[in-house]
Ligand binder design. Structure first.
Ligand SMILES: [Zn+2]
Length: 113
């Protein structure tokens, strides 16, 4: 349900881009979804199909990649992907979430004509 405003935002960004750069059609969009965000890629895809109608993004193919949350070891400072474990792979110390990682749903890149 909460994917709709996200999708609307993504499409607005792409429309702005298209206007600024004189693009006629967005062909492909790579979207990065943070593992800690509860955004579901299938919902994004469905909403996108409807919300993109009549815009430069209509018919664009979406690709999704998962963005891991990052942890920083409180002992040695090593930064590593969360991947379900809080143990530092370097020293076994305790990892603390790096704020702002793994929570975004953003466009990584897009191709257009
Ligand atoms: Zn460590």
């Amino acid at each position: 349900m909460h994917e709709l405003p996200i999708v609307t935002g993504l499409i607005e960004t792409l429309e702005d881009e298209a206007r600024r750069r004189g693009l006629k059609k967005i062909m492909e969009v790579d979207i990065s979804i943070g593992e800690l965000s509860d955004v579901v890629d299938e919902c994004v895809r469905l909403y996108f199909e409807t919300a993109s109608e009549g815009t430069v993004t209509e018919g664009a193919v979406l690709h999704f990649t998962k963005q891991p949350a990052m942890l920083r070891c409180e002992k040695c400072g090593f930064v590593f992907p969360h991947a379900g474990s809080f143990s530092c792979p370097q020293c076994g110390g305790n990892g603390i979430l790096v704020r702002g990682t793994g929570t975004d749903c953003v466009i990584e890149r897009y191709s257009a004509v």
